[in-house]
Design a protein around this ligand. Structure first.
Ligand code: SF4
Length: 339
């Protein structure tokens, strides 16, 4: 919601100062989706607001719900016609997690990612980012559910749009707006050391996830061009500095790709990287089943993934096989293509 515009309208209508707080509470915390439903406002003011400004900065083009109802994907049309996607998943019954986008497309070009294939179109504004959360809060209100966690793992690299992403984090955690706890939010990066540094300084309580996927520079650079600029050595230093400042756990995301990063040598490379940081207890590996896109990659088998996990565990690495949700509606990790 465009707060500046709202303030301007309220001033022009000679409204008292507290009016904006009433509206913020209704929209951000109570999930009311239309000004006309805010009963504390006069009928005239409701009409003016309805006419002058929409609550959301996009139109909802399509909502797809998986058969089990645990994954929902929304295709959202921005005012300039660009399309983005936002996803809502329930990893456990009643626990809802929103996966949001921060850019239209992405410049990082990771070979296994559908968003990377469409390239970079533009950054989202903080309003466009937080409106995705507003939309999911409104959606969940219709089923009497609440949003539990937020992950910046949709379209785009958060640290390539830090100005707007950091503003969106301030808005999400602002008690007068969304009032969401920092520890319920995670930001995921493909590996930009300066961004990791900024997170440690500005948002030490927000969770950090690293799209890691490859424990050798050779393989990582082949699939993730960002590694040619910021290699594993620079990520190691960035993580060591992050731990020194925050003492918070970091999640290493590891998508299991058949014949590419799933053998014992790959596991050894991952173990070596984690050990080289010297903070075994502060790194947690999430093994993720690869979701099919039209790329050349295929997911590792379930058996191979379990073997990989067991090998890491034997080496005292904290590891979880993450349940994959949303594949059927093309809303799982790496599948968002804005179409
Ligand atoms: S995986 Fe993330 S950083 Fe890489 S291309 Fe996809 S959206 Fe961008």
């Amino acid at each position: 919601m465009n707060l500046q515009k709202l303030e301007t309208i309220l001033q022009a209508q000679n409204q008292p100062k507290f009016r904006i707080q009433q509206i913020k509470k209704a929209i951000y915390q109570e999930g009311i989706s239309s000004f006309s439903d805010i009963s504390t406002l006069s009928k005239d003011l409701r009409e003016v607001l309805e006419k002058e400004m929409p609550v959301l900065s996009f139109e909802v083009q399509q909502v797809l719900i998986s058969k089990d109802g645990q994954s929902i994907k929304a295709l959202l049309k921005l005012r300039d016609g660009n399309l983005i996607e936002a996803v809502l998943i329930a990893p456990k019954p009643g626990i809802w997690s929103a996966c949001i986008s921060c850019q239209v497309g992405c410049a990082m070009g990771c070979k296994f990612c559908a968003t990377g294939k469409i390239g970079f179109k533009r950054n989202l504004t903080a309003e466009e980012i937080t409106d995705q959360i507003l939309f999911w809060i409104q959606h969940l209100k219709t089923t009497n559910h609440k949003l539990s966690t937020i992950v910046y793992m949709g379209m785009g690299e958060p640290f390539s749009n830090w100005e707007q992403v950091s503003q969106s984090l301030r808005d999400l955690t602002d008690p007068n707006l969304f009032g969401i706890g920092s520890r319920s939010i995670s930001v995921s990066t493909s590996g930009i050391p300066e961004g990791i540094e900024k997170m440690a300084q500005e948002f030490p309580q927000v969770n950090l996830a690293l799209s890691f996927h490859f424990g050798s520079n050779e393989k990582r650079s082949a699939a993730m061009p960002i590694n040619r600029k910021n290699n594993l050595e620079s990520l190691k230093v960035a993580l060591q500095n992050y731990f020194a400042k925050t003492k918070r756990k970091v999640f290493l995301e590891y998508v299991m790709l058949a014949g590419v990063n799933d053998d014992s040598k790959d596991a050894d490379n991952l173990i070596d990287f984690i050990r080289s940081i010297g903070k075994l207890q502060l790194l947690h590996v999430n093994l993720i089943r690869y979701n099919s896109t039209d790329s050349q990659f295929k997911s590792s088998s379930k058996e191979r993934t379990i073997l990989f996990r067991d090998y890491l565990e034997k080496n005292r690495i904290e590891v979880t096989i993450r349940k994959s949700l949303g594949e059927e509606i093309q809303g799982a990790c790496g599948q968002l293509a804005g179409k």
